[in-house]
Design a protein around this ligand. Structure first.
Ligand SMILES: C[S@@+](CC[C@H](N)C(=O)[O-])C[C@H]1O[C@@H](n2cnc3c(N)ncnc32)[C@H](O)[C@@H]1O
Length: 406
């Protein structure tokens, strides 16, 4: 679809809102109103397809097999390689193709955010809010047998789901996963061309060397998490100590001293030895995700009120989003690029965050996302940023901005 077909938001406001097909509760309509969002965005909720991505390397004959198994057509997404649309009511979890790790569910707009990052062979990639991991899997797919992938999330149980995904899809060899606060995380990629690293390789040091990853935890680790649990929140790790819950056999860690891998970096070190690409798919109110909103029909609209619309939570979110974007940018090497995305459609969580960030960091510059010329999205309120409106794009709503570190 040509982005010029989609009217700018100020024109849309003059149209009477189309009735939403979902029974949106008054509090949510008020939230939309407060944020200048048209309820018509949700009017085609029931027709937005589900999307699946065929794992690269999977034979194309699988498409016909999946079609006969799921009893529906797989419609190729013309603007996104390896993506197919299926009717929204189709569940893929019971299918053989899913169980055998040939397909995974990921929204098309999420796929676009990953393509925007333009991952290149050999890149060191950081995914700062990684769980439950659909974008992480696609990033691992893009890297193939080169580079490295680091996933970070503050919620350990959600990060464990990422580990399961990476293992199921055989995508974890070059990956590592940290439970950590993304606003403070400061571990750089293991960079095999760092001269100083040689001094650390293969030195026996009473178990402080990374050996092959095993799901069995050491006595020391078990004691540590017991202490953390006793101290309070099970989800918030001690901020100074990120917890590594998985690393693959080609992640570059095996044989290295833990203190070499886990030591915090300085901003200056990140400029030379930081990540080539960073994704900040920030925590948000999820108001653009039709499927997320639909879930509250089942959980009860009161839960939506408490979890999504709570004013105090939203205020804290804005602070968190800016913190995540800022720290992700700090961990980027000079010349590297960062994609910031949220599945909120509010200006506060998107353009305003971008604006505040740009005003604080003159070394950050917005980049045009070239492939977007053929995507069903429109420009955000700041030039070069993108918005996938659910009804118009037939995807889950998403805001995407790309920066380069000068
Ligand atoms: C929108 S979801 C990310 C979705 C994910 N990128 C994917 O494609 O599956 C946001 C994630 O941010 C995590 N999060 C919230 N606060 C965080 C923080 N301070 N540091 C790191 N992750 C955080 C949440 O636990 C949640 O998993």
């Amino acid at each position: 679809m040509d982005s010029s077909e989609i009217p700018p938001s100020d024109l849309r406001e003059e149209q009477p809102p189309a009735p939403a097909s979902l029974p949106l509760p008054a509090a949510f309509l008020e939230f939309l109103g407060d944020n200048g969002l048209d309820p018509a965005l949700y009017s085609k909720a029931d027709t937005i397809p589900r999307y699946i991505r065929l794992k690269p390397g999977t034979e194309s004959s699988v498409v016909t097999e999946i079609e006969s198994e799921l009893k529906c057509d797989l419609v190729k997404v013309s603007w996104l390689p390896d993506f197919y649309a299926i009717p929204p009511e189709i569940q893929i979890a019971g299918s053989k193709a899913y169980q055998q790790g040939k397909i995974y569910g990921i929204d098309a707009a999420s796929g676009a955010a990953i393509l925007a990052l333009d991952v290149q062979p050999g890149d060191h990639v950081l995914d700062l809010c990684t769980a439950p991991g659909a974008k992480l899997c696609m990033l691992a797919d893009m890297l193939g047998s080169t580079g490295s992938l680091t996933g970070v999330d503050v919620a350990k149980h959600r990060l464990a789901a990422c580990r399961t995904m990476l293992q199921k899809y055989s995508l974890g060899d070059r990956s590592r996963l940290f439970v950590a606060d993304g606003t403070l995380f400061s571990i750089l990629p293991v960079n095999s061309n760092l001269g100083s690293m040689e001094a650390f390789v293969g030195i026996e040091d009473n178990g402080s060397i990374f050996s092959e990853w095993t799901s069995k935890r050491s006595w020391k680790d078990r004691q540590k998490s017991k202490k953390a649990k006793a101290a309070g929140s099970p989800h918030l790790p001690s901020t100074s100590e990120p917890e590594l819950i998985y690393y693959g056999k080609d992640s570059g860690l095996i044989g290295l001293q833990k203190r070499y891998v886990l030591h915090p970096s300085t901003d200056a070190a990140a400029c030379t030895s930081g990540y080539d690409k960073v994704l900040v798919d920030a925590e948000c109110t999820h108001d653009g995700s039709i499927k997320h909103i639909q879930k509250f029909e089942f959980w009860g609209w009161k839960t939506l009120d408490r979890r999504v619309l709570n004013v105090e939570r939203t205020g804290n979110l804005l602070h968190l989003q800016l913190g995540l974007l800022t720290n992700g940018f700090k961990l980027l090497k000079t010349g590297g690029s960062l994609v910031y995305s949220t599945c909120s459609l509010t200006v506060a969580q998107n353009e305003n965050v971008v604006q505040q960030f740009l005003s604080k960091y003159p070394s950050a510059e917005l980049l045009k996302i070239d492939p977007a010329d053929s995507w069903p999205c429109r420009s955000g309120d700041i030039q070069k940023t993108l918005r996938f409106d659910p009804a118009a794009s037939q995807t889950s709503g998403l805001f995407v901005a790309k920066f380069v570190k000068l």
